[in-house]
Design a protein around this ligand. Structure first.
Ligand code: MEV
Length: 356
């Protein structure tokens, strides 16, 4: 059993945007993601009692607190029982259960405090960020040795446990920061210049949302990935060339970023958006944000992350290369009820800070 070596650990990780290739990446095509300057921190410290107590403060949306040893009907809860707005807790619980199974993490327990600037269910990687930072903080706190690659692999395993199918792209970008290319499920870190982008985010989970709706939203990525799979199987002859197109598109986009060719990069974003629409992950409200950005002079705009559907409230995010039109696009997004954020790509990855 690993021994406790420090009093307190803080692990912080960035949010992410997928620049090119989301969804298609689940089937092995190339996808490019970047860390952005918006972070989530997990603090782990000692506790008088055994068991784990978790406190979450999601700055854009909600705060909650829970004893993870809670029983329901005399039975201890597992991560499968957390399927509403407490979804973030499902990732924490799954991380603890996974570490207990893999490394014999004991039952002495700890206080876990999560502070996040990342909107939930918005395609900006809050789930992966929770997994990576929780795993990293607990591993460091309990003295489980291992490098960043090990943390990323553990976090990806936990994400898959909770969510079903998942490519490694989200956990990789949370861990390494910068830019990450995923190709045939292999993660490669890339050095590319920073980009100034804008994210428009529709509808993080509001406090007032009823639990049925929140449960649906918490399963949003899973539902969307399953929907794409269904359509892919139904229309395989049509989908196959779309996959090849996205693979080539990602390769061309990397060259455009390297060469600083913003016009070409923007045009590729617009094409990627069209392909995401074709596979059915663009709800009306996100489509409108993309169209309005393009109309106001954006060089490129697209849905980013898992996207959404109208019957799940059109929740999700768009990514815009605003060119000279940033202020106008931001104002239009706010009028449309979106949270508009200026973001910089290439943010720092996982940082672990011990307190003795
Ligand atoms: C979600 O952020 C990205 C998806 O491509 C799913 C995945 O890669 O696991 C939609």
């Amino acid at each position: 059993m690993p021994s406790v070596t420090v009093k307190e650990i803080h692990a912080s990780v960035p949010a992410k945007v997928i620049l090119f290739g989301e969804h298609f990446v689940v089937y092995g095509t190339r996808a490019l993601a970047a860390a952005i300057n918006c972070r989530l921190t997990v603090g782990v410290s000692g506790r008088e009692k055994s068991g784990y107590h978790v406190k979450i403060e999601n700055i854009p949306t909600f705060g909650l607190e829970l004893d993870l040893e809670e029983q329901r009907g005399g039975k201890a809860l597992t991560y499968k029982d957390f399927s509403s707005a407490t979804r973030a807790i499902a990732y924490v619980k799954a991380a603890i259960e996974y570490l207990q199974e893999q490394y014999g993490l004991g039952r002495e327990g700890a206080e876990i405090e999560i502070t996040s600037e990342i909107p939930l269910s918005a395609g900006l990687g809050s789930s992966a960020a929770t997994c990576v930072a929780t795993i990293a903080a607990l591993r460091a706190y309990f003295g489980i040795e291992g490098d960043m690659n090990k943390i990323q692999k553990d976090a990806h395993a936990v994400e898959k446990l909770v969510q079903g199918a998942a490519s490694p792209i989200d956990t990789a970008i949370s861990t390494y920061g910068g830019y990450v290319l995923v190709e045939r499920n292999e993660v490669k870190r890339l050095r590319l210049p920073e980009l100034d982008l804008m994210v428009g985010c529709i509808g993080s989970i509001p406090l007032s949302m009823d639990s049925t709706k929140a449960t649906e939203l918490s399963l949003k990525t899973k539902t969307l990935v399953a929907g794409v799979r269904e359509r892919k199987e139904l229309f395989s002859g049509i989908f196959d060339p779309l996959f090849d197109a996205v693979d080539e598109l990602t390769a061309q986009a990397i060259r455009a970023i390297e060469e600083g060719d913003s016009a070409r990069l923007g045009a590729l974003m617009n094409i990627n958006h069209g392909l995401l629409d074709a596979i059915g992950v663009v709800p009306r409200r996100l489509s409108e944000l993309v169209k309005v950005s393009q109309e106001l002079g954006a060089l490129g705009a697209k849905v980013t992350g898992a996207g959404g559907t109208d019957d799940m409230g059109g929740i999700g995010s768009v990514l815009v290369l605003p060119g000279e039109s940033g202020a106008r696009i931001k104002a239009a997004m706010e009028i449309a009820g979106a949270l508009a954020m200026d973001v910089k790509t290439g943010g720092e990855g996982l940082k672990i800070e011990p307190g003795y």
